[in-house]
Design a protein around this ligand. Structure first.
Ligand SMILES: Cc1ncc(COP(=O)(O)O)c(C=O)c1O
Length: 409
């Protein structure tokens, strides 16, 4: 679905006013920030929302400031819901995607013999959680192979889906490359052939690709604020389908997630907020709302189109350099560009780039071990342009890598 979408986005229709986006981004003047898959530079409205609320807390008191922001806080649920095509009562606001994912995963009550299907590209924290329940409760993990393009193999998924499969969980876009897994096709298979729960990690896709839960067919998805959405750190969310809420009995409950109804009884909330806690980072939530509003105003199709164009330009430039190998897999690729340089370890490249004012990051084996081991990789440099980056910045990265390669060592 996304491949078709990306192929049909004509470059000329990518109507983003880059100059305006940069004028709104205080950090854009200081650094060539190509680490949006790590944490993006926030735009001014996000800063204003966070700082403004912190100041109000300091002036009138934290609870009082929250009361005053009640309507805006409620609006954040609607904004996030609109972003993914869900309803406000299907949204939980949490401190990061991992916590949200954990609450759903551990809330499914998996027991001995229950099977989990996942992808080779799975993120470390999810894989560790699977391994923990395999050790503690005897669940069985099946890591689906990739198809020849590197995406999760849909034929293998079709074959494996069956009676004991209780969960299918995978990343839409993995942490270690520009691959876009065919999440909607997975959803159609899961829904059509099993009653397994489908938990989708959209940490690296929300904010750079349009998402629509109806098309994706998942029961829950998790996202984070600080990456492609350009929100504050310490923010994340879960969309939990209304008709799947009762399938998730969160491993932790507090007095927001549940109500203490009698000396021996409690009622769990009927909506997604059963995944929340009473205390929260209120300023961050408002910042997340501002970030979602900002991304929505620019438009996710336009963002996806421009990110794809910049990433392709980067891949093309890097691939032409002698001794540089680009590693991104998949039929559809997005804004994460990964590469290695002969003789120069990825951390050395990243550090040297930072000294030249270019931010990138390093993905290492321990963040996605199944995938790194299969490909015989240990570390890769990960560069991730966003729509507010310029073609010149992309070219500056390529030029800096060329220069590093040429330097005598
Ligand atoms: C694919 C993927 N999933 C999950 C996570 C975890 O997200 P968070 O740090 O918000 O918990 C990351 C973080 O980099 C990621 O890249």
């Amino acid at each position: 679905m996304y491949r078709e979408f990306l192929e049909t986005v004509p470059v000329s229709s990518v109507g983003i006013d880059v100059a305006a986006a940069r004028a709104d981004t205080p950090g854009a003047e200081h650094v060539v920030h190509l680490n949006n898959a790590g944490a993006a530079l926030p735009p001014a409205p996000v800063l204003d929302a966070v700082i403004g609320h912190l100041q109000r807390e300091a002036m009138v008191g934290g609870y009082e400031a929250e009361d005053a922001a009640h309507e805006q806080l409620e609006a954040v649920y609607a904004q996030v819901a609109d972003l993914v095509g869900g309803a406000p009562d299907e949204i939980a606001l949490v401190e990061n995607a991992t916590r949200g994912w954990d609450l759903v995963f551990y809330g499914l009550g998996l027991t001995e013999g229950d099977r989990v299907l996942t992808a080779r590209s799975e993120y470390a924290s999810s894989a560790i959680a699977f391994l923990q329940l395999a050790r503690q409760r005897g669940i069985e993990i099946t890591v689906l192979p990739d198809d020849p393009s590197g995406q999760v193999d849909l034929d293998a998924l079709r074959r494996e889906l069956g009676r004991d499969v209780r969960l299918v969980a995978l990343p839409h876009v993995p942490t270690q490359g520009g691959l876009v897994n065919p999440a909607a096709e997975v959803g159609a298979l899961v829904r059509g052939r099993s009653d397994a729960f489908y938990l989708l990690d959209t940490v690296q896709s929300v904010g750079q690709l349009p998402l629509d839960v109806a098309a994706l067919g998942c029961h829950a998805l998790v996202g984070t604020g600080r990456k492609w959405l350009r929100g504050p750190r310490g923010t994340g969310f879960v969309w939990l389908a209304g008709d799947a809420t009762e399938r998730v009995d969160p491993p932790f409950l507090d007095l927001r997630a549940a109500q203490w109804t009698g000396p021996d009884t409690y009622d769990v909330r009927p909506d997604a907020r059963r995944l929340e806690t009473w205390e929260s980072y209120v300023a961050g939530r408002l910042g997340l709302g501002a970030a979602v509003a900002y991304a929505t105003r620019i438009g996710l199709p336009a963002i996806a189109g421009r990110v794809a164009v910049l990433a392709q330009r980067m891949r093309g430039g890097l691939a032409e350099l002698p001794g540089v190998v680009v590693h991104d897999l998949g039929r559809a690729t997005c804004g994460l560009v990964t590469f290695t340089t002969q003789d120069l370890p990825a951390p050395v490249v990243a550090e040297a780039l930072r000294e030249r004012g270019v931010n990138v990051s390093v993905s290492s084996r321990s963040s996605a071990l199944w995938d790194f081991d299969r490909r015989g990789l240990d570390t890769v440099v990960r560069a991730s342009p966003h729509y507010y980056n310029t073609e010149d910045e992309v070219d500056a990265l390529v030029a800096a890598v060329r220069e590093l390669r040429l330097q005598p060592r």
